[in-house]
Design a protein. Sequence first.
Length: 302
Amino acid sequence: MSLKQLVPIAILTTLFSKSLLAETNWEAQIVADNTQQHLSLIEAIKELKWEFGSVVAGTTYLGLDNWNWGSSNTFKTVNEGWFGTDTGSAGADKLGHMYSTYLMNELFTKRLIDKGYSPKEAARNGALLAGGIMLWVEAFDGYSVDHGFSYEDVVLNTTGIGISYLKNTVPGLDDKIDLRVEYHPTEEHGDHPIIDYSGYTYSGVLKLGGFERLQNTPLKYVELQLGYHTEGFKKNEEKHYNEKKTELQLAIGLDLSEVLFKPAKRYTESDWIDYADTFFRYYQMPGTYIPTTLNERTVPYR
């Protein structure tokens, strides 16, 4: 993965405060939830004016430059399907929607927590902001000749928001689960990472170190990962693949936070360690897990 392609994720993750990586005092947060003043959506936007403005500007630029917003004078809806091999990417684009919205919601929520708001207030407003931006995206997709308003996209956007909301409001859940992406640029679409679906693997991660009973055992260093990868579905990719393929993978991996970053923090204080710890909760480092294929589907080119 090139530096240019790492930059967007790096910018988002380094915006998270290092204080958010510390163990949450949930008893204190419950008190805060019951006593803190209500945070309105307008107030949340003011608190996050730079983050919110940057995301809105970035998605609008992508819409105009890459998604042909405004190329259609009439609003249209499309049925894009889910994870079938007869769809445009066998669901990789749908997981991209889920992950992007999840990441966006994490940014807004954790920045509000860092500013002193309770997880409940932060998560509620983070969900509204992320949902509003992605609804903006879908609405303008409806005026693109290449796309259209997709019900499936809305469902996966909502799923990403829901996962982030639960992680930030259910005590201990943030220590147990992550959503991550791994990306290797392909020959055909590596210069356009947003549509380079064959380069992505999306993973849901269960971190055993988040369970109290396992925190004093070697299992705290272990993760269980469920990953999904597709390749060969985009236009012109038949030059690089023998067939279209999807893979559902189960993997055993290392929890880098437990293996590297938490031990390092005991001996030194460094913002870079905190940023790296945060980054690898959202990006899956290659070579740190052993996968096995649970299900594979192949479709020959016609």
